[in-house]
Design a protein around this ligand. Structure first.
Ligand SMILES: Cc1ncc(C[n+]2csc(CCOP(=O)(O)OP(=O)(O)O)c2C)c(N)n1
Length: 481
């Protein structure tokens, strides 16, 4: 069915209509969905999007969020010149997507959102939407710990900070939790999906309801945020998709956002994958994909609305491919013009996304420039005052809350033990660790570099290397039974 609002139309009119809807700043891939009813649903909803407009208040909130995200990046660039921040510049529309996803989630009955987050734009999301105290982030950037005094932990790098907060939307409350991740890109994805499944099981909802006829709203959403290279390149994405609809693993679909800045560090898409789009892997389980141009924040918000309605209606995964760019190098300390000189000439000549959007709204008469710039100035002042309290800021414990509130950290007499052993035992264990059965002939180089060298270190009692120390630790535990 062609939704052209006319009984008859010429081929030219039809073509123009379709080009306008499908070949513009937003488009979608869904013709491979296996259920005809889903394809019909998607086409109708997608075409309806073209007639949807955001309210004045929504537009103002959107431009303010984008401008604040940009302000944070500018602030960090000025105050922490040597810190790798993986800024959101060029991809600011992601903040519009994320804000929309929280609002939409809260209003559709979702109570918990679990996020697995990329490094790109993480600081912007944490401080912009997830109430992460800027002073705590600045502490981290100055090399201070994110933990309160007395916590026996070494802390983690800036790009692994997380938060877990309650957000209020009128009378609705939404708990949003960013799952801790390692540096290994996308490893956090199955963890997040598993957490969503566990939360559904605790709440006895969805597939995990006691009554299998229970069709109550899914109250838990997994929001997966990826980089384009990481999404295409990491096998764990395929593995997680593969399990998405399997019994005992299903979570009613994840919402995916790919921050597609068209580069993976220094590598362009055509050198990093064999598919046309970075999102193509998701087609392995027939996931609809909405591609949207990050220069058009309102379209990004609309993409989010459609994606979430699909996920909610069919309980399946959906991907939004946010086609954007990266204003600086991968971590701002590298110079991207070494490897992408032509691309970065283009990028340098562009105006920033938040500035362009603000100009557009001012020209449309939606808001006055000063209305927004004065709020951004307030935000800048707030960042400055947070920076001034960094040295005296006391990090609050953020673990062992909510579900964990009955637990307490183990006291010293439980965690601290004298694990040392007599020197004679270490000498014995060290020698045993390189003792070779007589029937084995050891390669001479191994004999010198590994066995003799270890025996010497143990005899001298100095220069003990990591491997030897591990052998002594494990061996002495075995010795003690
Ligand atoms: C498994 C793994 N491989 C490589 C790296 C090193 N690395 C960190 S970020 C990055 C580029 C990722 O590109 P993309 O996913 O497109 O995100 P972007 O930084 O462009 O936003 C690489 C290769 C890593 N952290 N983990």
């Amino acid at each position: 069915i062609l939704n052209i609002n006319k009984n008859t139309a010429s081929a030219k009119e039809i073509l123009e209509h379709l080009e306008n809807i499908y070949c513009n700043t937003i488009t979608a891939e869904f013709s491979y969905l296996t259920e005809e009813s889903e394809r019909e649903w998607f086409a109708n909803k997608y075409e309806e999007l073209a007639t949807y407009t955001l309210s004045t208040d929504e537009k103002k909130a959107l431009v303010l969020n984008l401008c604040k995200s940009q302000e944070l990046d500018h602030f960090l660039a000025a105050k922490f010149t040597t810190v790798k921040r993986y800024g959101g510049e060029g991809a600011e529309s992601m903040i519009g997507f994320l804000q929309q996803s929280f609002t939409e989630a809260a209003h559709s009955g979702i109570e918990h959102v679990l996020i697995c987050m990329a490094h790109r734009g993480r600081n912007n999301l944490l401080t912009g939407l997830l109430k992460f105290p800027p002073a705590l982030m600045f502490r981290k950037m100055k090399g201070l710990s994110e933990f309160p005094d007395g916590v026996h932990a070494s802390g983690d790098v800036l790009s692994h900070l997380t938060n877990s907060v309650d957000l209020e939307f009128g009378d609705k409350s939404l708990h949003v939790s960013m799952v801790p991740n390692p540096s290994h890109l996308e490893a956090v994805v199955p963890v997040t999906v598993g957490k969503a499944r566990a939360r559904q099981q605790s709440l006895k909802i969805g597939d995990y309801a006691e009554n299998s006829d229970d069709n109550s709203v899914n109250k838990v959403l997994a929001l997966q945020i990826h980089g384009d290279a990481a999404f295409a390149g990491q096998g764990v994405i395929a593995e997680t998709f593969n399990m998405a609809y399997c019994p005992h693993f299903r979570i009613g679909g994840s919402l995916h956002l790919i921050i597609n800045n068209q580069l993976g560090f220094t590598t362009t898409g055509e050198r990093a994958r064999s598919s046309l789009h970075c999102s193509d892997l998701s087609k392995m389980i027939s996931v609809p994909v909405i591609h949207v141009n990050g220069d058009f924040p309102e379209e990004v918000v609309k993409a989010c609305k459609l994606a979430m309605e699909y996920q909610r209606t069919f309980g399946k995964d959906v991907v939004v491919d946010l086609v954007c760019y990266r204003k600086w190098g991968h971590n701002e300390l590298d110079d991207p013009s070494f490897t992408q000189p032509i691309m970065y000439d283009v990028i340098k000549s562009r105006d920033n996304v938040p500035d362009v959007y603000l100009n557009r709204l001012v020209n449309e008469g939606v808001c006055k420039r000063e209305e927004i710039t004065s709020l951004v100035a307030d935000y800048h002042n707030e960042l400055n005052s947070q920076l001034s309290i960094v040295d005296t800021y006391v990090p609050q414990p953020t673990n062992l809350q909510k579900h964990w509130s009955g637990l307490a950290p183990a006291p010293d007499h439980i965690t601290s033990w004298d694990t040392g052993v007599e020197k004679a035992i270490l000498k014995f264990v060290g020698a045993k660790s390189v003792e070779i059965p007589p029937e084995i002939e050891v390669h001479p180089r191994l004999g010198r570099a590994h066995i003799e060298s270890r025996l010497n270190k143990i005899k001298e009692g100095s220069g003990i290397d990591w491997g030897t120390a591990e052998a002594l630790a494990i061996g002495s535990l075995m010795y003690q039974g």
